[in-house]
Ligand binder design. Structure first.
Ligand code: ATP
Ligand code: ZN
Length: 283
């Protein structure tokens, strides 16, 4: 049995449950419950505040956890980062009043900065040899300059609209974060084996999310050009069509290069292009 800690409710919860589900692990959601057992994997799931997860994993109350990299770094617990998970992406930024002239990190010299992330902020200030006072506050950081508590802030930014409506502008991204899988650093052999099983499934899910299956028809005289455009997992599958002089080409392409490749395929003479989602992908 392995015990996983995930966020009870917040920006990580949905992604965490969806990932487990895609890994074939059924967990009923934790509304009103602290712990539940997966029905088809030897796993217990603990629902916690994200800030508490590093401590629980370090102490071994939970064996593994899913949380933001920002919290992993901020909490400074000795736990292992096993795998980046690709969701809950966000950035931690410095912001100052809109009308200020920003001249680089030196702007913050001798100033007060409000944040919920004193550790990451201090690392940035040290790396840039800037001396500033950090005011740690736990919420609504963006109102601090308006009420005279600080001259600048360091907070998580998604669209920037909260900053804007508080008369602030983003001047420096100091940390980029995504959800990660963490583990206690001295797991038993049995738990390690379960963690390996889980990471194998997560990798298969992530591969499938990042790739699409492509089928297309190509005239045989254009086949070489078309094959050279397709990256594929190994090499594409070529099947002759009933119509003479034509073949069907099957391959896998990654999401980030998707439109670029489709455009090139069309230019090279591909027709009847079909794109299919991949359910799971084991490479
Ligand atoms: P809790 O009640 O569990 O302490 P919280 O209020 O601290 O929750 P959330 O706002 O739910 O935390 O954010 C959890 C994590 O999600 C953050 O630590 C960060 O890694 C990530 N995150 C925060 N804001 C965003 C965003 N706008 N978009 C995507 N991910 C985000
Ligand atoms: Zn939190």
């Amino acid at each position: 049995m392995i015990r996983l800690a995930i966020q009870k409710s917040g920006r990580l919860s949905e992604g965490s449950l969806e990932l487990l589900n895609d890994c074939g692990i059924s967990v009923s959601n934790g509304i009103g419950r602290l712990m539940t057992q997966a029905s088809n994997f030897p796993m217990e799931v603990l629902f916690l505040r994200d800030d508490d997860i590093p401590q629980y994993v370090q102490d071994g109350v939970a064996d593994i956890g899913i949380l933001g990299q920002n919290v992993v770094v901020e909490k400074e617990r000795s736990i292992d980062e096993v795998l980046a998970l690709g969701f809950s992406r966000c950035r931690l930024s410095l912001a100052i009043p809109k009308n200020e002239n920003y001249n680089g990190p030196r702007w913050f010299e001798g100033k007060n900065i409000a944040t919920s992330y004193p550790v990451i902020l201090q690392q940035f200030l040290d790396a840039n040899k800037v001396k500033a006072s950090i005011h740690e506050i736990s919420g609504s950081v963006e109102i601090a300059p308006g009420i005279g508590l600080a001259e600048g802030i360091c907070d998580i930014v998604s669209s920037g609209s909260t900053l804007f409506s508080n008369g602030l502008k983003e001047v420096e991204v100091i940390f980029r974060s995504e959800a990660v899988l963490v583990a206690n650093s001295s797991l038993s052999a049995e738990k390690k084996a379960l963690l390996d099983k889980l990471t194998f499934r997560i990798n298969a899910v992530r591969q499938s999310r990042n790739n699409k299956y492509v089928l297309l028809n190509a005239p045989d005289d254009k086949l070489q050009d078309i094959i050279s455009i397709l990256p594929g997992v190994k090499s594409p599958t070529i099947v002759p069509l009933a119509m003479k002089g034509w073949s069907s080409v099957h391959s896998v392409i990654s999401e980030d290069k998707f439109w670029e490749i489709i455009d090139k395929l069309r230019d090279a003479g591909a027709q009847g292009i079909l794109i299919l989602p991949i359910e799971k992908m084991i490479v």
